[in-house]
Design a protein around this ligand. Structure first.
Ligand code: 6GU
Length: 264
Protein backbone atom coordinates (compact mmCIF):
# COMPACT_ATOMS: atom_id res chain seq x y z
CA UNK A 1 0.00 0.00 0.00
CA UNK A 2 1.26 3.45 -0.90
CA UNK A 3 0.66 6.62 1.13
CA UNK A 4 1.38 9.94 -0.60
CA UNK A 5 1.64 12.72 1.96
CA UNK A 6 1.51 16.35 0.84
CA UNK A 7 2.89 18.67 3.51
CA UNK A 8 4.79 21.91 4.05
CA UNK A 9 6.75 20.13 6.84
CA UNK A 10 8.04 16.84 5.39
CA UNK A 11 10.73 16.61 8.06
CA UNK A 12 8.09 16.23 10.77
CA UNK A 13 7.50 12.70 9.47
CA UNK A 14 11.03 11.34 9.68
CA UNK A 15 10.81 10.17 13.31
CA UNK A 16 7.41 8.52 13.71
CA UNK A 17 7.36 6.76 10.34
CA UNK A 18 10.90 5.43 10.46
CA UNK A 19 10.78 3.53 13.77
CA UNK A 20 9.38 0.24 14.95
CA UNK A 21 6.59 -1.47 13.03
CA UNK A 22 6.19 1.13 10.29
CA UNK A 23 9.92 1.00 9.63
CA UNK A 24 9.81 -2.78 9.28
CA UNK A 25 6.70 -2.66 7.10
CA UNK A 26 8.45 -0.24 4.71
CA UNK A 27 11.63 -2.34 4.63
CA UNK A 28 9.53 -5.41 3.87
CA UNK A 29 7.81 -3.57 1.00
CA UNK A 30 4.37 -3.89 2.62
CA UNK A 31 3.83 -0.15 2.73
CA UNK A 32 5.47 2.78 0.97
CA UNK A 33 5.31 6.34 2.31
CA UNK A 34 6.08 9.10 -0.18
CA UNK A 35 6.47 12.61 1.22
CA UNK A 36 5.94 15.59 -1.06
CA UNK A 37 6.89 19.10 -0.05
CA UNK A 38 4.02 21.40 -1.03
CA UNK A 39 6.38 24.40 -1.01
CA UNK A 40 8.25 22.96 -4.02
CA UNK A 41 5.11 23.70 -6.07
CA UNK A 42 4.87 27.39 -5.16
CA UNK A 43 4.78 29.62 -8.23
CA UNK A 44 6.21 32.91 -6.90
CA UNK A 45 9.81 33.71 -6.05
CA UNK A 46 9.08 33.81 -2.30
CA UNK A 47 7.77 30.22 -2.49
CA UNK A 48 4.61 31.20 -0.61
CA UNK A 49 2.05 28.52 0.12
CA UNK A 50 -0.51 30.76 1.86
CA UNK A 51 -2.13 34.17 1.46
CA UNK A 52 -4.59 36.50 3.22
CA UNK A 53 -8.27 35.53 3.24
CA UNK A 54 -10.65 37.38 0.93
CA UNK A 55 -13.18 39.19 3.11
CA UNK A 56 -10.66 39.67 5.89
CA UNK A 57 -10.36 37.89 9.19
CA UNK A 58 -7.67 36.13 11.15
CA UNK A 59 -5.16 33.65 9.79
CA UNK A 60 -3.98 32.63 6.36
CA UNK A 61 -5.37 30.36 3.65
CA UNK A 62 -3.44 27.78 1.63
CA UNK A 63 -3.25 28.79 -2.03
CA UNK A 64 -5.19 26.59 -4.46
CA UNK A 65 -2.65 26.56 -7.32
CA UNK A 66 0.19 25.35 -5.06
CA UNK A 67 -1.92 22.51 -3.67
CA UNK A 68 -3.24 21.68 -7.15
CA UNK A 69 0.25 21.44 -8.64
CA UNK A 70 1.51 19.27 -5.75
CA UNK A 71 -1.48 16.97 -6.20
CA UNK A 72 -1.09 16.96 -9.99
CA UNK A 73 2.52 15.81 -9.65
CA UNK A 74 1.41 13.09 -7.22
CA UNK A 75 -1.07 11.88 -9.84
CA UNK A 76 1.32 12.19 -12.79
CA UNK A 77 -0.48 15.09 -14.48
CA UNK A 78 1.70 18.10 -13.65
CA UNK A 79 2.85 18.71 -17.25
CA UNK A 80 -0.77 18.73 -18.41
CA UNK A 81 -1.82 21.06 -15.59
CA UNK A 82 1.03 23.48 -16.30
CA UNK A 83 0.32 23.45 -20.03
CA UNK A 84 -3.18 24.87 -19.39
CA UNK A 85 -2.90 27.40 -16.57
CA UNK A 86 -6.40 28.89 -17.12
CA UNK A 87 -8.38 25.69 -16.82
CA UNK A 88 -9.18 23.07 -14.21
CA UNK A 89 -7.96 19.69 -15.51
CA UNK A 90 -10.21 16.93 -14.17
CA UNK A 91 -8.49 14.31 -12.03
CA UNK A 92 -8.23 10.82 -13.55
CA UNK A 93 -11.43 8.87 -12.91
CA UNK A 94 -9.47 6.12 -11.17
CA UNK A 95 -7.50 8.39 -8.82
CA UNK A 96 -6.79 7.10 -5.30
CA UNK A 97 -8.86 8.59 -2.43
CA UNK A 98 -7.65 12.13 -1.71
CA UNK A 99 -7.96 12.89 1.99
CA UNK A 100 -7.65 16.33 3.53
CA UNK A 101 -6.57 16.38 7.17
CA UNK A 102 -8.71 19.05 8.82
CA UNK A 103 -10.36 19.62 12.21
CA UNK A 104 -13.61 20.22 10.27
CA UNK A 105 -13.56 16.70 8.80
CA UNK A 106 -15.46 13.54 9.69
CA UNK A 107 -14.15 11.83 12.83
CA UNK A 108 -11.50 9.18 12.23
CA UNK A 109 -12.21 5.86 13.93
CA UNK A 110 -11.37 2.17 13.60
CA UNK A 111 -14.17 1.62 11.09
CA UNK A 112 -12.77 4.32 8.79
CA UNK A 113 -9.24 2.91 9.26
CA UNK A 114 -10.52 -0.50 8.11
CA UNK A 115 -12.25 1.06 5.12
CA UNK A 116 -9.14 3.02 4.07
CA UNK A 117 -6.95 -0.08 4.47
CA UNK A 118 -8.88 -1.66 1.56
CA UNK A 119 -7.23 0.75 -0.89
CA UNK A 120 -3.83 0.18 -2.52
CA UNK A 121 -3.07 3.90 -2.44
CA UNK A 122 -4.11 6.97 -0.43
CA UNK A 123 -3.22 10.63 -0.81
CA UNK A 124 -3.17 12.64 2.43
CA UNK A 125 -3.02 16.44 2.31
CA UNK A 126 -1.96 18.17 5.51
CA UNK A 127 -4.00 21.35 6.01
CA UNK A 128 -2.53 24.39 7.71
CA UNK A 129 -3.38 27.90 8.88
CA UNK A 130 -7.09 28.69 8.88
CA UNK A 131 -7.64 26.21 6.08
CA UNK A 132 -7.31 25.69 2.36
CA UNK A 133 -8.95 27.54 -0.52
CA UNK A 134 -12.47 26.16 -0.90
CA UNK A 135 -12.15 25.83 -4.70
CA UNK A 136 -9.33 23.33 -4.33
CA UNK A 137 -11.31 21.39 -1.74
CA UNK A 138 -14.30 21.24 -4.09
CA UNK A 139 -12.36 20.09 -7.14
CA UNK A 140 -9.89 17.75 -5.56
CA UNK A 141 -10.71 16.47 -2.08
CA UNK A 142 -12.71 13.26 -1.71
CA UNK A 143 -12.88 13.21 2.05
CA UNK A 144 -11.99 15.47 4.98
CA UNK A 145 -10.77 13.72 8.10
CA UNK A 146 -10.32 14.91 11.69
CA UNK A 147 -8.68 12.74 14.35
CA UNK A 148 -10.60 14.25 17.27
CA UNK A 149 -12.44 17.20 18.70
CA UNK A 150 -9.46 19.43 19.39
CA UNK A 151 -7.35 21.68 17.21
CA UNK A 152 -3.77 20.87 16.15
CA UNK A 153 -1.33 23.33 14.62
CA UNK A 154 -1.50 21.43 11.34
CA UNK A 155 -2.59 18.20 9.70
CA UNK A 156 0.81 16.47 9.95
CA UNK A 157 0.31 14.74 13.30
CA UNK A 158 -3.17 13.71 12.19
CA UNK A 159 -1.78 12.25 8.94
CA UNK A 160 0.73 10.20 10.95
CA UNK A 161 -2.09 8.89 13.12
CA UNK A 162 -4.08 7.84 10.04
CA UNK A 163 -1.06 6.21 8.34
CA UNK A 164 -0.22 4.28 11.52
CA UNK A 165 -3.78 3.09 12.15
CA UNK A 166 -4.30 2.06 8.51
CA UNK A 167 -0.86 0.50 7.92
CA UNK A 168 -1.13 -1.85 10.89
CA UNK A 169 -4.30 -3.33 9.37
CA UNK A 170 -2.51 -4.35 6.16
CA UNK A 171 -1.69 -8.05 5.82
CA UNK A 172 1.77 -8.93 7.15
CA UNK A 173 2.39 -5.67 9.03
CA UNK A 174 1.48 -7.20 12.42
CA UNK A 175 1.58 -10.78 13.62
CA UNK A 176 -1.45 -12.73 12.36
CA UNK A 177 -4.66 -12.26 14.39
CA UNK A 178 -3.32 -9.53 16.65
CA UNK A 179 -5.96 -7.06 15.49
CA UNK A 180 -8.88 -9.42 16.13
CA UNK A 181 -9.57 -8.84 19.84
CA UNK A 182 -8.07 -5.40 20.37
CA UNK A 183 -9.92 -2.32 21.54
CA UNK A 184 -12.51 -1.05 19.01
CA UNK A 185 -12.08 -3.99 16.61
CA UNK A 186 -15.63 -5.13 17.39
CA UNK A 187 -16.87 -2.05 19.20
CA UNK A 188 -15.59 -3.07 22.67
CA UNK A 189 -12.54 -2.03 24.65
CA UNK A 190 -9.79 -4.53 25.30
CA UNK A 191 -9.55 -6.89 28.30
CA UNK A 192 -6.77 -6.32 30.90
CA UNK A 193 -3.39 -7.98 30.32
CA UNK A 194 -0.96 -9.56 32.80
CA UNK A 195 2.54 -10.99 32.53
CA UNK A 196 5.04 -12.52 34.97
CA UNK A 197 5.47 -12.50 37.92
CA UNK A 198 2.13 -14.01 39.02
CA UNK A 199 2.53 -12.13 42.32
CA UNK A 200 3.97 -8.64 41.95
CA UNK A 201 4.48 -6.57 45.12
CA UNK A 202 1.58 -8.36 46.74
CA UNK A 203 -0.69 -7.92 43.68
CA UNK A 204 -1.91 -11.23 42.29
CA UNK A 205 -2.89 -12.02 38.70
CA UNK A 206 -6.59 -13.06 38.43
CA UNK A 207 -6.49 -16.82 39.19
CA UNK A 208 -8.55 -17.81 36.14
CA UNK A 209 -5.65 -16.75 33.91
CA UNK A 210 -3.40 -19.32 35.62
CA UNK A 211 -6.01 -22.09 35.46
CA UNK A 212 -5.23 -23.31 31.95
CA UNK A 213 -9.00 -23.56 31.38
CA UNK A 214 -9.31 -21.92 27.96
CA UNK A 215 -13.10 -21.61 27.90
CA UNK A 216 -13.16 -19.96 31.34
CA UNK A 217 -10.37 -17.61 30.32
CA UNK A 218 -12.22 -16.63 27.15
CA UNK A 219 -15.43 -16.01 29.12
CA UNK A 220 -13.58 -13.93 31.76
CA UNK A 221 -11.93 -11.82 29.08
CA UNK A 222 -15.22 -11.23 27.30
CA UNK A 223 -16.79 -10.12 30.59
CA UNK A 224 -13.88 -7.78 31.31
CA UNK A 225 -14.23 -6.20 27.88
CA UNK A 226 -17.96 -5.68 28.41
CA UNK A 227 -17.58 -4.25 31.92
CA UNK A 228 -14.72 -1.96 30.92
CA UNK A 229 -16.68 -0.65 27.98
CA UNK A 230 -19.74 -0.13 30.20
CA UNK A 231 -17.74 1.85 32.76
CA UNK A 232 -15.52 3.85 30.43
CA UNK A 233 -17.33 4.22 27.11
CA UNK A 234 -20.98 3.14 27.56
CA UNK A 235 -21.97 4.86 24.30
CA UNK A 236 -19.89 2.26 22.40
CA UNK A 237 -22.22 -0.53 23.56
CA UNK A 238 -25.01 0.76 21.33
CA UNK A 239 -22.94 -0.11 18.23
CA UNK A 240 -21.21 -3.26 19.54
CA UNK A 241 -22.02 -6.78 18.37
CA UNK A 242 -23.49 -8.37 21.52
CA UNK A 243 -24.72 -11.89 22.25
CA UNK A 244 -27.61 -12.79 24.59
CA UNK A 245 -25.02 -13.70 27.25
CA UNK A 246 -23.35 -10.31 26.79
CA UNK A 247 -26.69 -8.52 27.19
CA UNK A 248 -27.52 -10.54 30.32
CA UNK A 249 -24.20 -9.64 31.94
CA UNK A 250 -24.57 -5.97 31.03
CA UNK A 251 -28.12 -5.82 32.42
CA UNK A 252 -26.94 -7.45 35.68
CA UNK A 253 -24.27 -4.74 35.81
CA UNK A 254 -26.79 -1.93 35.54
CA UNK A 255 -26.77 -1.24 31.81
CA UNK A 256 -29.89 0.38 30.40
CA UNK A 257 -29.99 -0.43 26.69
CA UNK A 258 -30.81 2.62 24.58
CA UNK A 259 -29.53 5.26 26.94
CA UNK A 260 -25.96 3.96 26.95
CA UNK A 261 -25.82 4.85 30.64
CA UNK A 262 -25.43 2.91 33.85
CA UNK A 263 -28.04 2.90 36.62
CA UNK A 264 -26.26 3.53 39.91
CL1 6GU B 1 -6.75 16.56 10.81
N1 6GU B 1 -5.96 18.90 11.70
C1 6GU B 1 -5.87 19.85 12.64
N2 6GU B 1 -5.21 21.00 12.35
N3 6GU B 1 -6.40 19.74 13.85
C2 6GU B 1 -7.03 18.58 14.11
C3 6GU B 1 -7.15 17.55 13.19
C4 6GU B 1 -6.60 17.76 11.96
N4 6GU B 1 -7.84 16.55 13.75
C5 6GU B 1 -8.12 16.95 14.98
N5 6GU B 1 -7.63 18.18 15.20
Amino acid sequence: MRFDILTIFPQMFSGPLSESILKRAQQAGLIEIVLRDIRAYATDRHKSTDDYPFGGGAGMVMKPEVLYRALADTLGMLAQVDAEPERLIPLPADHPPILLMSPAGELFNQRLAEELAQHERLVLICGHYEGIDERFRECCVDREISIGDYVLTGGELAAMVVVDAVARLRPGVLAADSTAEESHSDGLLEYPHYTRPALWRGQAVPPVLLSGHHANIARWRREQRLLRTLRRRPELLRQARLTEDDLALLRRSGWEPGTGDVTP
